[in-house]
Every structure is written in structure tokens, then in C-alpha cells.
Write a protein of this length. Structure first.
Length: 223
């Protein structure tokens, strides 16, 4: 299935939050990342930097952050905001709908803080994945260069599909960026944007399809 067409890759990509323990072949990851660096970027800046963790280093990171979260440590000082203050329509509703899909599908109702925290904590185990990448960029890069990094990450996600692999991008790791940095030891000018768990989806668990707004909400043709 190496030659999956692009529409199929886009259609079958979804954030998978339960992986089997089947290891991700190193050669597949190398194929994906070697191809993904061909992603476009403004003035060919290629501002992405990824660190791929598995084995002992990833196990250590999972354990360290899970232990921090378990004692109520709310994380390191944030270097950037993920969302604007005072989230408004339609974004507020979209976030709420995702919460319903993620938590409701697991029988956790609104207002069950402990239940939500339990499900959210699965992030720190990379949802069972034995491989994760951590994506950094220089902290002085302005907004358009973040878009380059996003383009690169989506290229990775689609190529993973061509290798029968799935992923879940995780911005939550930035909340504990010091623990991640202890493992990957990035140069000081680099800042963690997100992690991405990578593996084979557990076929016993169907992730909820997160619906999108109609494309006419996002697209305007002017003829
Ligand atoms: C930059 C980025 C950060 C994300 N961070 C998280 C995360 O920390 N934890 C998580 O479970 N999902 C995370 N997601 C997954 C989104 O919730 C998901 O992409 C969205 O709800 C659409 O669902 P789908 O990917 O299944 O189509 C992230 C996605 C992106 C693109």
C-alpha cells in the first residue's frame, strides 16, 4: 500500500488515540521523514526540527511527565498561547464538540473533571504508541514560519498513512517542555511546538470521527 493515493491518505488520516504495541519499523519512519523534508516553506527556510523518540528515551519521558501530572504539577511556563483568550463562536462550539466526541464516546459526561483528566492523561503514554516525534522551531520564527512547520507535519501524517501507520499530533507536550528538553537536549534557541505519537492503530478501538464544518464555510469562490 506504499502507493496510496493522496485522497485516500487524507480521508483515512485521523487522530488515533489507541495504538497496538507492534513496533514502528525504523525504515518506514526514515522513508516518511526523508520524503517529508521536501515540504515547501517560505524562502525555503525549512524551519522544522524533529526528534524521534522510542525505546528507553521515550519510556523515560512518558514516566517523567506522567509522574509530574499525577502530583498536580501544572507544567512549565508557556512560551506561546495555543488559542486566543476568550474563545468565541464558532471556535468555542467546535472545541466543545470535540470534547463531546473524545470524552462522551468513553462514557465521561460533562462536568466529570476526574474522568476527563483520566482520559487526557493518556496523552502522556502516547496512547500506547512506542514511537513519538517532537517538533521544534527557533523561537524567533514569526507566524508564517509556524505555517511551514504545519505543512511539514501534515506531510508526515499523510506519508505515515502510506506506510499503514497512524498518528496523533499532541500540543499538550509543550506544557511540559522542560521534561521533553531534558531528553532531547535541543539547542537553546529551539522551542517545542508539539509531539506526535506514531504507531499502528488498535483495530479494537474505532476513534470518533470529528466532523468538519461544511466546506462552503471555509471556501469562497469568486468567479
Ligand atoms: C497542532 C495540533 C495539536 C494537537 N494536539 C492534540 C493533543 O495534545 N492531544 C490530542 O489528543 N489531540 C491533539 N490534536 C488532535 C486534534 O484534536 C484533531 O486533529 C482534531 O480534533 C481533528 O480530529 P482528527 O485529527 O481525528 O481529524 C492536535 C492536532 C493538531 C493539528
Amino acid at each position: 500500500m506504499r502507493h496510496m493515493d493522496v485522497y485516500s491518505a487524507v480521508r483515512t488520516r485521523q487522530s488515533v488515540r489507541r495504538f497496538t504495541d507492534q513496533p514502528v519499523p525504523r525504515e518506514a519512519l526514515e522513508r516518511v521523514l526523508a520524503a517529508a523534508v521536501n515540504a515547501p516553506s517560505g524562502s525555503n527556510m525549512q524551519p522544522w526540527n524533529v526528534y524521534v523518540l522510542s525505546g528507553g528515551p521515550l519510556a523515560h519521558l512518558k514516566k517523567t511527565v506522567a509522574a509530574r501530572v499525577a502530583v498536580g504539577d501544572s507544567g512549565d511556563e508557556r512560551e506561546f498561547a495555543n488559542y486566543p483568550p476568550g474563545l468565541r463562536t464558532p471556535y468555542l462550539e467546535r472545541m466543545a464538540a470535540l470534547g463531546e466526541a473524545l470524552y462522551g464516546s468513553r462514557g465521561v459526561v460533562r462536568g466529570d473533571g476526574a474522568g476527563r483528566a483520566r482520559i487526557r492523561a493518556e496523552n502522556w503514554n502516547c496512547f500506547g504508541a512506542g514511537t513519538a516525534l517532537f517538533c521544534y522551531l527557533d523561537r524567533d520564527m514569526p507566524a508564517p514560519r509556524w505555517a511551514d512547520v504545519g505543512i511539514f507535519l501534515q506531510t508526515v501524517m499523510l506519508l505515515l498513512r502510506a506506510e499503514h501507520l497512524h498518528s496523533c499530533t499532541q500540543e499538550v507536550w509543550a506544557e511540559y517542555h522542560r521534561s521533553v528538553a531534558e531528553v532531547v537536549t535541543p539547542p537553546p534557541e529551539r522551542m517545542l511546538f508539539c509531539g506526535m505519537s506514531i504507531g499502528f492503530a488498535d483495530p479494537a478501538f474505532t476513534p470518533p470521527r470529528v466532523r468538519r464544518a461544511p466546506f462552503s464555510d471555509a471556501v469562497t469562490f469568486l468567479d
